[in-house]
Design a protein around this ligand. Structure first.
Ligand SMILES: [Ca+2]
Ligand SMILES: [Ca+2]
Length: 85
């Protein structure tokens, strides 16, 4: 019984640690519609963020710097940082 509680606590702590980035960002959450912590192209396209005349696919590929087809919280945060400058 105690072992199960310990494992649950460990899992909860790991979740808190990994959430200390853009995954808590309301903009990220808005785009991550299925809540798996990654923004897929389908999720991004469905929301069609305001991007002027720029092709949203190009924006997505720009943000997805490791080219795995998903925008993760680190990539999202890096994109926001770039936009500030
Ligand atoms: Ca998702
Ligand atoms: Ca990526």
């Amino acid at each position: 019984m105690k072992r199960i509680i310990f494992q649950t606590l460990t899992a909860a702590l790991l979740t808190v640690t990994s959430a200390a980035d853009a995954s808590t960002d309301p903009d990220f959450k808005r785009l991550d519609t299925n809540g798996d912590g990654l923004i897929a192209w389908a999720e991004y396209a469905a929301k069609k963020p305001k991007s002027g005349k720029i092709d949203p696919r190009r924006i997505f590929d720009n943000v997805d710097t490791n080219r795995d087809g998903y925008i993760d919280p680190v990539e999202f945060e890096a994109m926001k940082q770039r936009r500030k400058h």
